[in-house]
Design a protein around this ligand. Structure first.
Ligand code: FES
Length: 76
């Protein structure tokens, strides 16, 4: 019955980044940002935490609309 159904585990968003860790948190020194850095938000990048464009294939396959966080200097 409805009352005894086990709560279904929902799929992981992170399928490959540091799965041996309890939590993936990344330090990135502000000094290393340079003029522009593009950070992955889809968890599919092979260069995580940086974006490698893998979000494009993910969006194509799933109809999702995810993309990177782009940090860039307003100077220059
Ligand atoms: Fe993940 Fe681009 S590869 S946002």
């Amino acid at each position: 019955s409805l009352f005894f159904t086990k709560k279904k585990k929902r799929p992981h968003i992170n399928t490959k980044v540091d799965k041996d860790k309890e939590k993936v948190a990344t330090d990135f020194p502000i000094e290393d940002l340079g003029d522009k850095k593009v950070f992955c938000r889809c968890w599919k990048s092979n260069k995580f935490p940086l974006c490698d464009g893998s979000h494009n294939q993910h969006n194509k396959e799933t109809g999702d609309n995810v993309g990177p966080l782009i940090l860039k200097s307003s100077e220059g």
